[in-house]
Each structure stands twice: as structure tokens, then as C-alpha cells.
Design a protein around this ligand. Structure first.
Ligand SMILES: Nc1ncnc2c1ncn2[C@@H]1O[C@H](COP(=O)(O)OP(=O)(O)OP(=O)(O)O)[C@@H](O)[C@H]1O
Length: 747
């Protein structure tokens, strides 16, 4: 016994020695990066190029420093002993000294056996060691000997002790990374190649979200060149969920990922307005594409009566036939609405200009020529140049512009949707009830379901970037003139003193401009990461898109996401059995086939790491009794605690919740209830509606994707009855706890 413990303490001492060495290297790296950062900050920035170079370098060092700080906790967590006597330590980043690899990044191919080696397939590994640390101290070691002879006895999961420690730890309200205990089926998903669409289907608590985040980190590490320029987008269901997962990637030293909800994906709009599920479902239907196209056509109007326009005391008349002809011409141009407006305007201006020309250019003697030479071929003495002037004057005339804006307005996506919601009756193809669902007065912000419609509208309307191009050209001309002036003065005052070679050193104007503009662009490109630039650019094409809780997305939302990812390099993560939104798909093929036919691959996760066996068994029983057979995933552990069921009035419930809170011991509790009961329960129970608090009251929609040590589900029948997908909602609610579940039925 004593010899065993002496071996253990020797092992601990050996690991401590190595760990101390690793931290010394980390400190050293940090110190050098800090120095370089300070040096870069001190550097003067004379020219714009020098300034933007300095900013880029500074930002690079600052980011590197943040990464080095992020890996402080749990820097090294594993060791592989190979049959060839090589030892590899596995950690959050790679570290080398001049001769050897001190620490292997968990994402490197050499680290893979740490996650997938088994006694049956040991990948050349004889021992896998989990190293548990607190701060910079080694506090425990768990060894697994991967001896094929002992294959039958090996643990069903890798790193069982470390895994169970992670799973039973108190929840903090922030998801932790799982880099120390990734399981083999999860590893296969994380390391799947970059190309194509990968669907990850798995029940509650199987680690879909955790896997999606680690996959982002893996892809950025493995395909850095490709991905750092285009960025990675992760889409989650709501802002609370994004806050919940927000620490994972920074703790893996990855910062170049944009986390967003659907409501954030139209630049300039933050869509948080709540709306009834039925309205969201209607807005999410694929048929909205045609409806929006119809709404655009509806804004290209032909008046019923002739329109009179007074210009310079002339009364001009625009009759419906002329407008119809102009509209045909504009529609026939094949351009999008906003881009076709000049075609429409030109046709209308032609009509109006002809009327003016008719009046001011009429020669009353044209039909009575004095002789052969004086013969006129038309009654009008105006020439084409005069007509062009008239058209230009008319185009600038406010009364004319007002009519053009009425008949063929330049529209923003917001204009189109506001108009559509204010008067949905104008759009054919909707039932009266559907019209009422869409109806909304202008103002009050946008809902997440509006965002795909805004995006679709932007596609249909087209953006007229002529104005932006004009501005850029004007700015360029001003600069050019300025630079020319500066050079003229310099050259003028000094030319006779110049040596030949000095003269040659003066850049010519084109060089100055090019340098200047390049510097501007360079500064823009370097100072902001791809993720930041992408967030402001509706047409940004991401290198990879990860969609979490993907079962909740509507067909319209998929159209938007596919536009953001023309390469179709995507990871789609979800569980159809947990789908709560109305109109959710029957299977993943229904979602994906319009975009990639059958060219997508499926990975399934089968083990629940969150929810203990007792709670999953209870969940299966409850749902089966309700006539909804659901097969939950396999639990990885037992908690030894059966769920409780109680019923009664509000004060009894308040007492039960208070008891659970008293026993929390630093963990977190959620009461999950029907939306209709929310305000009454908020007043009656000792819980908060602020999701950041330790004891919170949530609806199922709010609780989706989250987890708590203890959950009390109130009024399960009410949750089921609240929506056509109520049984799925109940499934979500019952599977949120990591330890204890209580179910309360109002008497
Ligand atoms: N290999 C692992 N090691 C340690 N913890 C893990 C592992 N896999 C999953 N977990 C933990 O299990 C919990 C559930 O994971 P996660 O939220 O990713 O599951 P999910 O499949 O997205 O669940 P849901 O469908 O309910 O949203 C999290 O606390 C996660 O950290």
C-alpha cells in the first residue's frame, strides 16, 4: 500500500515538475508579448501607412496576449504514453522550446488518441493520463492503461473520473469548455472536415452545443488560413443563450468567431420585439418570398386617373397609359426594383419633356415654309441637346420627384415591410386571419422573424450603391487635388535646388493617392477582425456557419443563413424532438434538400451527459403516458435521487421552491412554467425573472439550451396545452436539470 502511494506521489511530483516548466514558458511568452506590445504602442505613426501598420501590429499582440491569459486555467490536462516510449502532454495550446514539443494543442492530430484511443483500438498509446490541476498545482492523476488484454474491463467512457467530476460540478450560469473530457463520438464530430453540411442530431444534454463550439475552435486551428479571412458565424436561439456559451471559445483562446441570434443578422437592426408564435410561423413560411415579391410589385403603381404636375406654371399631364408604358420598360429591364427606378424615371421624364418641348419649341410657321431651304421636317425647333436640358431640369423639380416617388419609390427593406404590415390587405394570397397576424402599426422595432424578411426584401429591392460610389469618387478627386497642390508647392519652391536623385524620390501624385487609399483600406482590414467586419456587412460570406438549436429555424431563416454561406460549409446542430416553433420540419432532409439536395452528412450523439438516469427514465414515462413516445438519450450517470411530484396551491409551491433554494449550495435553480402563469408566479415565488440570477423563473422558450442543478417544472399539463408542440416543450423542460427535478401540479 505504502509503495503504491509512493509511486503516486512520485508521479504527482513528476507532473508538477513538468507543469511548473510549462507555466514558466507561458509566463515567458506573455512577458515577451507584453514587451512587443509596449514597443509597438510607442512607435511613432508619421504616415497613414505607418499608423495603420502600428495599429495592426498592436491589435495582433493584444490578441495574442489575451489568448495567452485565457489558457491560464487548465493549461495542461493530459498525457499520452506511447508504445514507442514517447510522451506527449496535451493542453489548451501548443508550447515548444528550442528542441522539443512541451505541450501539444488538443486540436493537433497527435492529440487525437487522447480522446478516441480505447483498449481495443489504442492508436499506439499504452497509457492515457488525466491530470487534474487547481491553479498551477497538480491535484490528482487518473491513469487508464490501454492494454488490449484488458479490453473487456475498460470504462465505457474515456476519463471517467474527470468526466464525472465535470458533470457533477455546480452549474455557474456559464457553459464550461469540455476540452479535458471530450468523448469519442463527440470527437468525431468536432474533427469532421470543413467542407459540406454536417448535421449533428442528438437528444437533450448530449453535448451538441459543447461540440459545436469545440468544432469551431478545431476548424479555426486546422483551417486558419481559410477561415480567418472569412470568419466563422455561430447562430444561437436567443441573447441569454449566447451569454451562457460566451466564455467557451475565449477559454479555448479563440476570439475570431461571431456569436449572433437570428435577430442580429440584418446589419443596423437588433430584433428583439416579442410576437405571437403564430405570427412568427407565418413570417417564416417559404411562401413569404412570393408575397414579398408581390409587395414590391405593388409599390410600382399606375394611377387610375391622369396626374397633373405643375412645373414653371406649365401644367403637365401624366396619363395612366404613359405610366404603364414606363413601368413595362422598367420591369422589362430585368433590374431589381431600386435599380430599375432610373429606367422608369427616364421614361416618365421623356413623356413630360415632350410636353414641354411641344409648347416652347413649337414653330407656328413650320407648315408654311418660305422656300425649299427653309423647310422644316418637324413642327419643333428644339434639338436633342435642348431636350436633354429639359429632362435634367424636370428631374430636379420637386413636384416631378414627388410623383416619381409615389409611382416607383426607392425603397429600403424597412420601408417595404413597414408598408406591408400597415396594410397587409394590399397583398393577395393571405387569409383574413393571416392578414390580421401580420398587421402592425409602424414603429416599435422588429422581431427576430422579421429579420429574414428584411434580408429577403433587400435581395428583392437591390441596393443602389451608385450614391456611395459617387461619394468615393468625389473624395478621391478632392484628395487628388490636394495632393497635387501640395506637390506643386513643394516642387515649385524647391525645384531649382533639387538634386536629380532627390527629385526622383518625390512620389508622383498617383503614388501618393495609391499609398493613401491603400493605407485606408489596409487600416480598415487589419484593425477589425473578420467577425467584426462581417457583422456590419449584409452580404458577407462566412467561411463556416454553425447553427445551434437548428430545429427552431423557419424556411425563411434558412434562406438567410444559406445566403451568408455560399460555400455551404456548415455545421447544423439540433434535436427535432425538442422543436418548439410551429411549422418545424419533419426531418433534416426537408430543411437541407432545397440547398444541397442529399449532399449532407449526419452524425448522431447518443449519450446524455447532463441529465441523470432517474430524470431521463421519469421523462420517458411521463411522455409515454401522455401518448408521446420519445426515446431520450442514454444517461452517463445516476444521481441516486428520484424526481419528486407535488401538487397544491401557490403557497405550497413557494415553500417547495424555497426548500430547494436552501439546499442549492452554490448551484443554480430554475422554475420552468407556462408563459401564461409567468407574472403570477413571479409575484408568488422567491425567484427572479433576470436570467443572470441564481434562482430564476423561465418559460420553456427561454430555458431552451440552458441547464440548471435543480429544476422545478410547474404545471406540466399547462405547458403541453400552451402550444401544438407542447409535448416537445415539456420534454425540453424536464431535461434541463443536472441533479434534481421537481414537478408541481396546481391543485
Ligand atoms: N464530454 C463532456 N465532458 C464534460 N461535460 C460534457 C461533455 N459533453 C457534454 N458535457 C456537458 O453536458 C451538458 C450538456 O451539454 P450541451 O448543452 O452541449 O448539450 P445539448 O445537446 O446542446 O443539450 P440541449 O439539446 O438540451 O440543448 C453541458 O454542461 C456540457 O458541458
Amino acid at each position: 500500500m505504502s509503495s503504491l502511494s509512493s509511486v503516486q506521489s512520485e508521479n504527482l511530483a513528476e507532473e508538477q515538475h513538468h507543469l511548473t516548466d510549462l507555466y514558466r514558458h507561458l509566463d515567458d511568452l506573455r512577458f515577451r508579448t507584453e514587451q512587443r506590445l509596449a514597443e509597438a504602442r510607442r512607435e511613432g505613426g508619421g504616415t497613414p501607412q505607418a499608423r495603420s501598420h502600428r495599429d495592426a501590429v498592436t491589435a495582433g499582440y493584444a490578441e495574442r496576449l489575451a489568448q495567452l491569459s485565457a489558457v491560464e486555467q487548465g493549461l495542461c490536462f493530459g498525457r499520452l504514453d506511447r508504445h514507442d516510449d514517447e510522451r506527449l502532454h496535451i493542453g489548451r495550446i501548443g508550447l515548444t522550446d528550442s528542441e522539443r514539443q512541451l505541450l501539444v494543442d488538443w486540436r493537433a492530430p497527435a492529440a487525437r488518441p487522447f480522446y478516441v484511443a480505447t483498449a481495443v483500438t489504442p492508436y499506439g498509446v499504452s497509457r492515457r493520463r488525466h491530470i487534474r490541476t487547481r491553479e498551477r498545482l497538480v491535484v490528482g492523476l487518473d491513469d487508464e492503461i490501454l492494454d488490449p488484454a484488458a479490453a473487456g474491463e475498460s470504462a465505457p467512457v474515456t476519463g471517467e473520473a474527470a468526466l464525472l467530476a465535470a458533470l457533477t460540478a455546480n452549474r455557474t450560469g456559464r457553459m464550461r469548455d469540455i476540452v479535458e473530457t471530450i468523448q469519442a463520438e463527440q470527437d468525431r464530430v468536432i474533427r469532421s472536415g470543413l467542407g459540406g453540411v454536417l448535421v449533428v442530431q442528438g437528444g437533450p444534454g448530449t453535448g451538441k452545443t459543447a461540440v459545436a463550439l469545440h468544432r469551431a475552435a478545431y476548424l479555426l486551428y486546422t483551417y486558419r488560413e481559410q477561415l480567418s479571412a472569412r470568419g466563422v458565424l455561430i447562430v444561437g436561439p436567443n441573447a441569454t443563450f449566447l451569454r451562457y456559451i460566451s466564455h467557451v471559445l475565449p477559454s479555448l483562446a479563440e476570439t475570431g468567431v461571431l456569436l449572433a441570434t437570428l435577430g442580429d443578422l440584418f446589419p443596423g437592426v437588433t430584433a428583439r420585439r416579442p410576437e405571437p408564435p403564430a405570427a412568427a410561423e407565418l413570417k417564416g413560411r417559404a411562401t413569404m418570398v412570393e408575397l414579398l415579391a408581390e409587395a414590391v410589385r405593388g409599390r410600382q403603381r399606375v394611377p387610375d386617373e391622369p396626374v397633373e404636375i405643375v412645373v414653371d406654371r406649365h401644367v403637365l399631364t401624366l396619363d395612366p397609359a404613359a405610366v404603364e408604358a414606363a413601368r413595362q420598360r422598367a420591369r422589362g429591364s430585368g433590374r431589381l426594383h431600386n435599380l430599375a427606378r432610373p429606367v422608369f424615371a427616364e421614361a416618365v421624364l421623356d413623356t413630360l419633356a415632350a410636353q414641354i418641348a411641344e409648347r416652347i419649341g413649337y414653330d407656328p410657321f413650320w407648315a408654311d415654309p418660305l422656300g425649299e431651304d427653309d423647310a422644316l421636317t418637324s413642327s419643333n425647333v428644339l434639338e436633342e441637346g435642348d431636350l436633354a436640358d429639359i429632362r435634367a431640369d424636370l428631374a430636379a423639380e420637386p413636384a416631378v420627384r414627388a410623383v416619381l416617388d409615389e409611382l416607383w419609390p426607392v425603397l429600403t427593406p424597412e420601408d417595404l415591410l413597414t408598408g406591408l404590415y400597415a396594410d397587409p390587405a394590399a397583398v393577395p394570397g393571405l387569409s383574413p386571419a393571416e392578414r390580421e397576424l401580420l398587421r402592425r402599426e409602424p414603429g416599435g422595432g422588429w422581431s427576430p422573424a422579421d429579420v429574414p424578411l428584411l434580408d429577403e426584401a433587400a435581395e428583392l429591392l437591390g441596393e443602389d450603391d451608385a450614391a456611395a460610389r459617387d461619394r468615393a469618387v468625389r473624395r478621391w478627386r478632392q484628395r487628388l487635388a490636394y495632393a497635387q497642390g501640395v506637390l506643386d508647392i513643394t516642387a515649385g519652391s524647391k525645384s531649382y535646388e533639387l538634386e536629380d536623385d532627390f527629385e526622383a524620390a518625390i512620389p508622383n501624385v498617383a503614388d501618393v493617392m495609391e499609398a493613401d487609399m491603400l493605407a485606408e483600406r489596409y487600416a480598415d482590414r487589419e484593425r477589425r477582425s473578420a467577425a467584426e467586419r462581417a457583422a456590419e456587412d449584409r452580404k458577407w460570406a462566412y467561411g463556416h456557419v454553425i447553427v445551434d438549436e437548428a430545429q427552431e429555424l423557419s424556411p425563411m431563416a434558412w434562406r438567410l443563413l444559406m445566403r451568408r454561406c455560399p460555400s455551404r460549409s456548415m455545421t447544423v446542430v439540433g434535436d427535432l424532438a425538442q422543436a418548439g416553433a410551429l411549422g418545424t420540419p419533419a426531418d433534416w432532409a426537408e430543411v437541407l434538400s432545397p440547398y444541397v439536395a442529399d449532399r449532407w452528412r449526419l452524425a448522431e450523439l447518443t449519450v446524455s451527459y447532463r441529465t441523470p438516469a432517474e430524470i431521463l427514465a421519469y421523462t420517458r414515462r411521463v411522455l409515454a403516458a401522455a401518448g408521446v413516445p420519445i426515446e431520450p438519450p442514454q444517461p452517463v450517470r445516476h444521481s441516486g435521487v428520484e424526481p419528486w411530484e407535488e401538487s397544491g396551491g401557490p403557497s405550497h409551491l413557494a415553500g417547495l421552491v424555497a426548500r430547494e433554494i436552501a439546499e442549492l449550495d452554490g448551484g443554480r435553480l430554475a422554475v420552468i412554467a407556462p408563459a401564461a402563469a409567468r407574472s403570477a408566479l413571479a409575484a408568488a415565488l422567491p425567484v427572479s425573472t433576470d436570467p443572470e440570477e441564481n434562482a430564476v423563473l423561465l418559460t420553456v422558450t427561454e430555458a431552451k439550451g440552458l441547464e440548471f442543478d435543480v429544476v422545478v417544472v410547474v404545471d406540466p399539463a399547462g405547458i403541453r396545452a400552451e402550444s401544438p408542440r407542447g409535448a416537445n416543450d415539456l420534454y425540453v423542460a424536464l431535461t434541463r436539470p443536472t441533479r434534481r427535478l421537481g414537478v408541481f401540479k396546481p391543485a
